[in-house]
Write a new protein. Structure first.
Length: 594
């Protein structure tokens, strides 16, 4: 069921409210929607009931979240539900919908915020973050706050946005309810503990508000997550780049039959990988460890080999591992690297090395348990869903590029991409769960135009977008910009795009093959070539989507869009940036970059 609301004159919500409701509901499955409807009915009953249900005067507790891929949003929603259950008057707001100047009027606020890009705030938090760090930010001496920062310690700017907000609020005179809690990718238990601590620290609501009868239990529903993933059978695993291509990209189809999972275009699927067996052997050999040794992970006893197979992160390097290995190998060189205040060298080191490189370059003798303790838990990897649900109800399709490269004299592979591309075959089962992405959605208005910019595997969600719009008969025109290295070997889904063009599901397609001529051509060059029409489409209400590489492409495409608005839209640079910011805020310029 998709959660849509179309405001009409008699509709009780204004546009902004309707959008808030839609974004809060998007991605929920049927049972969750049913639960929310009961919850909302309960809230309504409570607000119209006599004194016993009245909120505590002047004690609104605000929870602000800035979340790109939904982790922080889920934590914020769970905290809000529990705080409401305990009788607090709660306001749960996305940072995107929050007027920063309102902070002056708040008494208690919890900030839940992740970090994206290269230490940047998530889209939702951009304006609030900018405001707080600017000279415009007011003194906030009446505010009590705490911060839950989400991040990934394989990035050197670990939890940067949370840190920025925490430091700045204190500078502005606000009082910490408790210290910032920084969560790594395995965030759930830290987030749960922080939420419980937060509720214990809040000024207590009066007893009379503690009427919780409106809460209904969540009905048993097949909700799959990291702890209990769905085992999806592999239906198709097919290479879709040519024999001469420098990239190995596969189209993978998985069966969702029996799962009850429903997805929307824009969502991703998380895949729990099994590590490369060859790499597991290399670790055991390098460290002279016996794979059959029993170690413990939490309360569980597991064989070392099994834990390296599918429980611990043995490819992607994290600061957590680097810190632990500096002590294990007693390495001043790693210690010095970790102390690099500019973090440039450290950033390069983390990007270029995998765990095995560190173990081989800084040899040490270590016992099995200490080694296991130094590693992070193996995390799922997200892949944009490249199929439309309506057209393929029991299936989900992914477009996976193998991460494979040579460094320090040895072949390296990525854990999940090599698992999907090289090691699973048709009939195998893959552990997955849905990662809804309410920030990357088709326009609500079926007549609205879309401009989709997706080079490489960035094209994946646009296959889903076009399939879905074709299936629903949406009349809005669609324009795809695709780019890759070579036309003959890298044109992903070429025949399908031609079919869509012929059938009128796709009106325009512009491609850039960077290595087919002497000078490199990228999607941003095509956007500039077609600048006058791109600018006109934007003026006439088109929604712009960008998916794929976060390191270079997203910024280059942003610059091209700005240049187009300057050259053809009659704006100066500052106005063009402001226009793009406004489009971002209104949801007409969405990015899903990684
Ligand atoms: C929302 C979202 C959607 C995504 N959609 C897709 C998609 O549709 N298709 C897709 O293919 N991917 C997609 N990704 C990326 C995907 O999640 C994985 O990050 C990717 O497949 C690599 O994971 P891995 O486990 O194979 O590599 P890992 O085991 O995580 O990492 C490999 C390690 O190698 C290093 N490394 C990688 N390449 C190089 C290099 N060339 N030189 C030196 N070091 C290197 C890295 O720093 C890393 O430490 C998406 C990511 C997100 C967040
Ligand atoms: C493309 C991308 C870039 C990221 N960059 C950072 C980073 O610079 N620093 C960091 O600590 N975490 C980084 N992360 C990790 C996220 O902060 C982490 O996955 C977090 O749990 C996401 O929470 P959210 O879903 O609420 O946005 C990045 C994640 C992605 C997908």
């Amino acid at each position: 069921m998709s959660a849509t609301a179309s405001p009409t004159p008699s509709f009780p919500l204004n546009d902004a409210e309707a959008q808030t409701v839609q974004s809060a509901l998007s991605g929920l499955n049927d049972s969750q929607l049913l639960w929310v409807s009961g919850y909302a009915a309960g809230l309504a009953a409570r607000s119209t009931a006599p004194a016993a249900a009245a909120p505590v005067a002047g004690s609104t507790y605000t929870i602000l979240y800035g979340s790109q891929t939904g982790n922080g949003e889920a934590i914020a929603k769970a905290l809000a539900a529990e705080a409401t259950r305990q009788g607090f008057e709660v306001r749960l707001v996305s940072m995107a919908d929050y007027k920063p100047a309102s902070l002056k009027r708040e008494s208690v606020v919890s900030f839940i915020v992740s970090t994206h890009g290269e230490g940047d705030p998530p889209d939702d938090a951009e304006l609030l973050h900018e405001f707080l760090l600017s000279s415009k930010a007011p003194q906030l001496s009446d505010l009590k706050f705490n911060v839950l920062a989400l991040g990934d310690s394989s990035y050197v700017n670990f939890c940067q946005t949370g840190r920025d907000i925490d430091t700045r609020l204190a500078e502005l005179g606000a009082e910490r309810l408790g210290p910032i809690v920084e969560c790594d990718v395995d965030y759930q238990s830290d987030a749960d503990a922080w939420s419980a601590d937060t509720l214990a620290l809040l000024p207590k609501p009066s007893q009379q508000t503690q009427d919780v009868s409106y809460l209904r239990a969540v009905p048993d529903a097949p909700v799959f997550d990291r702890k209990s993933p769905f085992l999806a059978e592999v239906l198709v695993n097919q290479k879709i780049t040519g024999r001469d291509s420098t990239r190995d990209i596969h189209h993978v189809e998985l069966s969702l039959a029996g799962s009850g999972i429903r997805y929307e275009p824009g969502d991703a699927l998380a895949v729990l990988p099994v590590n490369p067996p060859q790499l597991v052997n290399e670790f055991l050999d390098a460290l002279k460890l016996d794979g059959s040794t029993t170690i413990s992970i939490g309360d569980e006893d597991v064989e070392l080999r099994k834990s390296l197979d599918h429980r611990l992160e043995i490819t992607s390097l994290s600061l957590v591992f680097l810190k632990a290995w500096a002590e294990i190998a007693n390495s001043d060189e790693i210690r010095a690297l970790l102390e690099d205040s500019a973090r440039v060298e450290l950033g390069q080191f983390v990007d270029q090395h995998q765990v095995i490189d560190v173990v081989l370059q800084y040899p040490a003798s270590v016992d099995a348990q200490t080694f296991a303790d130094s590693l992070r838990k193996l995390e799922a990897r997200s892949y944009s869903i490249s199929s439309g649900f309506e057209a393929n109800p029991d299936e989900v399709h992914l477009t996976v590029a193998a991460v494979r490269y040579e460094a320090f004299g040895r072949e390296h592979v990525g854990a999940a991409s090599s698992y999907l591309v090289d090691r699973v075959t048709e009939g195998d089962q893959v552990a997955v769960y849905l990662v809804p992405n309410s920030r990357f959605r088709l326009p609500q208005d079926p007549a609205a135009r879309t401009i989709m910019i997706g080079p490489g595997t960035g094209v994946a969600p646009f296959r889903a977008f076009v399939e879905e719009r074709a299936e629903s008969g949406a009349s809005g025109e669609n324009w795809l910009f695709f780019g890759a290295r070579n036309f003959s070997s890298d044109f992903l889904y070429q025949l399908e795009w031609h079919r869509h063009l012929k059938q009128g599901n796709l009106q325009r397609m512009d491609v850039a093959f960077s290595r087919d001529q002497a000078s490199k051509i990228y999607v941003q060059d095509r956007i500039r070539d077609k600048g006058s029409e791109v600018s006109r489409w934007i003026d006439e209400g088109a929604h712009v989507y960008v998916c794929g590489d976060a390191k270079r492409m997203a910024a280059d495409v942003h610059d091209a869009l700005r240049d187009v608005l300057v050259k053809h839209g009659g704006l100066d640079e500052e106005q063009a940036e402001a226009r793009l910011k406004e489009l971002r805020r209104s949801g007409r310029y969405q990015k899903d970059v990684y």
